[in-house]
Design a protein around this ligand. Structure first.
Ligand SMILES: [Zn+2]
Length: 339
C-alpha cells in the first residue's frame, strides 16, 4: 500500500487562475466588496461536468474577476503555494496569463511582479521551490504572445512560456513568430496541444521547438509522436481529472499516461486547475496509482523525469533530485539502485 500523501511531488502544470482555493476566493471577493457563500463559489468556479473544453474554460471568468489587483494576485499566489506544499509538492511551476489580469489597469510587468512577490513570501514559509511560466492566450494576437514572453523573461522567477486557451481553431501555426522569438531568447516553451485538438498540433508544437506538451491526449498510440518526443527529449504533462472534466478522455484508462511512460517518453503528473477541476496533487497521484497500477519505483522515476523536464536551472535540479532521493528512502526503498 503506497501512502500517496508521503510521496514528494513535482507539479509542472498548474494554472493560477484555475487553482485559487475556495476560501481564498471568498476572501478576495470580500476584499472587492462582494459576499458569496462557499456553496455559491464552488458552483461558479468548478467545472466537473463540462461538455467540452470551452465550457470548462468559462469557469475561469469568476476567479479572474478578483485577480485584478496586486494585493489579490499576491494573496492568491501565496494560498496556492501553501496548498501545494501541504500536499507534498517540493517543486511547482505555476503558470498564468499576464494579459488576463490587466482589466483594472495593471500592466504586464506589474502583474508578474505581484505574483513574484507572492512566490517569494511563500517560499520563505514553506519547504517548496516555485518558478513561474507566462502564458500567451491563443485567441490573442501573435504580437501579444511575443509581448507576454518578453515581459516574462525579464523576471528571474519566470522560467518559460506557454500557449493556452481554446485549442480548436487556434493551431500552433498561428504563433510561428512567438516560437521563433522563444528560440532566439533561449526561453523554453510548454505548449497545450492534443487536448481538444488533433495529434497534428502536438507534432507541430514539437517541430517548432516546444520542450514540453500539456496534455498530449491525441498522441496516444501514435508512434510518430513517440519518435519525435524521443528525438527532441520532449516531456508530456499529464492532467487526469482535467481531461475527464473537459471530455478529452472518456475515462481515466484512456489517458496517454501509460503509453508515454512505457515508451520511455518523460511524463509528469499534474493538477492543471485545482479549483475548476476540484482536485489536488494527492488526488492526481492517487488516480495515477489506481488507474495504472504504478509502483513506488514508477513514482520515483516519474518524479525524476519531471525534474529533468522542469525549466529551472541545473543547480536547482540537483537539489531537487537529492530531496527526492532522501524522501523516497523514507519508504524503506532504496532509490540508489535505480539511478
Ligand atoms: Zn492547462
Amino acid at each position: 500500500m503506497i501512502e500517496i500523501k508521503k510521496i514528494p511531488k513535482i507539479e509542472l502544470h498548474n494554472h493560477l487562475d484555475g487553482s485559487v482555493p475556495l476560501l481564498t476566493l471568498k476572501e478576495l471577493a470580500q476584499r472587492n466588496g462582494q459576499n458569496y457563500s462557499l456553496a455559491q463559489i464552488s458552483k461558479l468556479s468548478q467545472a466537473t461536468h463540462s461538455k467540452n473544453l470551452n465550457e470548462y474554460l468559462q469557469k475561469f471568468d469568476f476567479p479572474l474577476r478578483f485577480l485584478q489587483t496586486k494585493e489579490n494576485l499576491m494573496l492568491a499566489t501565496q494560498a496556492i503555494i501553501a496548498q501545494a506544499a501541504k500536499n507534498g509538492v517540493i517543486y511547482l511551476e505555476l503558470r498564468f496569463a499576464p494579459t488576463l489580469h490587466t482589466h483594472q489597469g495593471l500592466n504586464l510587468d506589474e502583474v508578474i511582479a505581484a505574483i513574484s512577490k507572492g512566490v517569494l513570501n511563500a517560499q520563505q514559509k514553506y519547504p517548496i521551490i516555485v518558478r513561474l511560466i507566462t502564458i500567451a492566450m491563443r485567441d490573442q494576437s501573435e504580437t501579444q504572445a511575443v509581448a507576454t514572453f518578453a515581459a516574462g523573461i525579464k523576471n528571474d522567477l519566470v522560467v518559460g512560456g506557454d500557449l493556452a486557451g481554446e485549442e480548436a481553431g487556434y493551431p500552433p501555426e498561428k504563433f510561428v513568430a512567438a516560437f521563433s522569438w522563444a528560440k532566439d531568447h533561449d526561453f523554453p516553451l510548454t505548449i497545450h496541444a492534443g487536448e481538444d485538438g488533433g495529434v497534428k498540433n502536438i507534432i507541430t508544437a514539437i517541430n517548432y521547438g516546444a520542450k514540453r506538451i500539456g496534455h498530449g491526449v491525441a498522441g496516444k498510440d501514435q508512434q510518430s509522436v513517440i519518435e519525435l518526443a524521443q528525438k527532441y527529449q520532449v516531456a508530456f504533462e499529464i492532467c487526469l481529472k482535467s481531461n475527464l472534466d473537459t471530455q478529452a478522455i472518456p475515462n481515466l484508462a484512456a489517458s496517454p499516461l501509460r503509453f508515454y511512460y512505457d515508451n520511455q517518453v518523460a511524463i509528469s503528473i499534474n493538477t492543471d486547475d485545482q479549483t475548476v477541476s476540484a482536485t489536488d496533487e494527492n488526488q492526481e497521484y492517487q488516480r495515477a496509482l489506481e488507474t495504472f497500477n504504478l509502483s513506488l519505483n514508477d513514482f520515483y522515476q516519474i518524479d525524476q523525469m519531471a525534474v529533468n523536464a522542469a525549466f529551472c536551472d541545473s543547480a536547482t535540479k540537483i537539489k531537487l533530485k537529492q530531496i527526492l532521493k532522501e524522501k523516497f528512502q523514507e519508504f524503506s526503498f532504496n532509490p540508489k539502485k535505480l539511478d
